[in-house]
Design a protein around this ligand. Structure first.
Ligand code: AMP
Ligand code: ZN
Length: 464
């Protein structure tokens, strides 16, 4: 498989560190609010990557954290604590909102057919591991105490800006300008590993540490949780593009300083979902959630299809008009699949060119929109219904659009026998030069949503 790697800035053959095993890590949600459909774009595309790697025969283990402490409103360690401001907003405790929004996140994921990673670990469950890692960084001379906090000293590294191919403005997407610089830092790019001297006197969650009562910085979470569960060599680290800097840059700095060797081979970043105001974001408010789409009558999987129809490395602009199109396409696709007869055995040898086309698409830097096109090719192909069903099921193990789920009662039902009887009647009418009857039947079929095409090989039909 060829994957774009943000670390090198080009597409590369994906080769795991150890044979067939793939160790994959995903930055989990910060659970101070509902996930918006932008966040979920990232999780959908990561889910497809994981499922495709499994489809391609890899043995994947995927780990995700839950950020329930330490993430400040600027990714550069300044501003308000996101969890604390969420708790204040709702007059609840931090742990209450963490629990509530973690459950809400997984419920959204379920609706979007996003598989739960093999291991999910909340940051508040790993405090001892963070303390051990911070202590090792101090012992190795990579971290220092200043103003009560522990900082990572970025001047100790030969190359801090690892994603060197990215432009400065791209690197800055996660950093807000409107926050004051922390004067305890030795270098502008240094970052907090452990806070003790918090400006938040009412900080609810604090733990004892060798440096005093405090709480971890956000970046240390992901390095530490990844190493805890996946060991010293990570194959793929995923996240939205806003996490590339400073979050992932800092993760690489501290993980490699801690381990003493290269840590992660491939960095997979999903570009943003945009709305009229630019990047959809929780802090700006006014964002869209899966529940809101459902209230408006959309199937969450139509949103999944909307995401799959574009490449993960291109920004994607959301509009209801675009979602309407995706919803129509989705319904039509499911109705077409529902028409396939369940009788007979599949002939997979005849399906090989279509399976190859799908693999070729996904092998090419996860080209999901070409993968969806390959699905259409199968439905149009001269294959038996049983074979088409088997191929659709195979593709759907990656695309996860529930294509074989029976079409609901309230959806317009398609009576294939009736359609074919009408087409035969129309063919007879045309042979008898009874154009009025032929036209009447065509109109009747049109009203049923059936479009017929006459060609020299006969009559074919499809649903509108
Ligand atoms: P957060 O809950 O803010 O920690 O973000 C969860 C994930 O969503 C991270 O991987 C972010 O990079 C990603 N993300 C945030 N905003 C967007 C967006 N508008 N489009 C796509 N991904 C996003
Ligand atoms: Zn992370």
């Amino acid at each position: 498989m060829i994957l774009y790697n943000t670390l090198t800035g080009d597409k590369q053959e994906f080769v795991p560190y150890e044979g067939n095993r793939v160790r994959m890590y995903t930055c989990g949600p910060t659970v101070y609010h509902y996930a918006h459909i932008g966040n979920l774009r990232t999780y959908i595309m990561e889910d497809v990557l994981e499922k495709y790697l499994r489809y391609a025969g890899y043995d994947v283990t995927r780990v995700m954290n839950i950020t329930d402490v330490g993430h400040l409103s600027s990714d550069a360690d300044t501003g308000e604590d996101k969890m604390l401001s969420g708790a204040k907003r709702e007059h609840k405790s931090v742990m209450d909102i963490a629990r509530f929004y973690t459950d809400a996140f997984f419920s959204d994921c379920e609706k979007l057919n996003i598989k739960t990673p093999d291991i999910v670990d909340p940051a508040t469950n790993c405090i001892q591991e963070f303390i051990t890692m911070v202590q090792t960084l101090i012992d190795k001379g990579y971290a220092y105490l200043s103003g009560g906090n522990v900082y990572f000293d970025t001047s100790k590294l030969d190359n801090y800006y690892v994603f060197g191919n990215m432009r400065e403005d791209e690197l800055q997407v996660g950093v807000r300008e409107d926050v004051t610089e922390d004067t305890s830092k030795r270098n502008k790019t240094d970052f907090v590993l452990w806070f003790t001297k918090s400006k938040f006197d009412d900080q609810e969650l604090k733990w004892e540490s060798p440096w005093g009562l405090g709480y971890p910085g956000w970046h240390i979470e992901c390095s530490s949780i990844s190493i805890k569960h996946l060991g010293e060599h990570l194959d793929i680290h995923c996240g939205g593009i806003d996490n590339a800097f400073p979050h992932h840059t800092n993760e690489i700095a501290q993980s490699e300083a801690y381990l003493g060797h290269k840590w992660c081979g491939y960095w997979f970043h999903v570009l943003h979902l945009l709305d009229r105001r630019g990047k959809m974001s929780k802090s700006k408010g006014g964002f869209l959630t899966v529940s809101l789409l459902e209230e408006k009558g959309y199937d969450p999987l139509a949103y999944r299809l909307f995401c799959l129809q574009s490449h993960y490395r291109k920004p994607l602009t959301f509009s209801f008009e675009n979602l309407d199109n995706a919803q129509q396409t989705y319904e039509k696709l499911r109705r077409r699949v529902a028409l396939l007869s369940e009788d007979g055995d599949p002939d997979m040898a005849s399906a090989q060119p279509y399976l190859d086309r799908f693999k070729e698409a996904l092998d090419n830097d996860l080209n999901t929109s070409m993968g969806v096109t390959a699905l259409y090719d199968v439905l149009k192909a001269p294959l038996t219904d049983a074979t088409k069903r088997a191929v659709v099921a195979a593709f759907d193990s990656v695309l996860s659009l529930d294509l074989l789920r029976p079409v609901e009662e309230d959806a317009p039902s398609v009576d294939v026998d009736r359609i074919e009887a009408l087409i035969a009647e129309r063919t007879r009418a045309r042979a008898d030069r009874d154009w009025a009857t032929a036209d009447r039947i065509r109109d009747e079929l049109m009203a049923m949503g059936v479009v017929i095409k006459d060609s020299k090989d006969g009559v074919s039909w499809e649903l509108r």
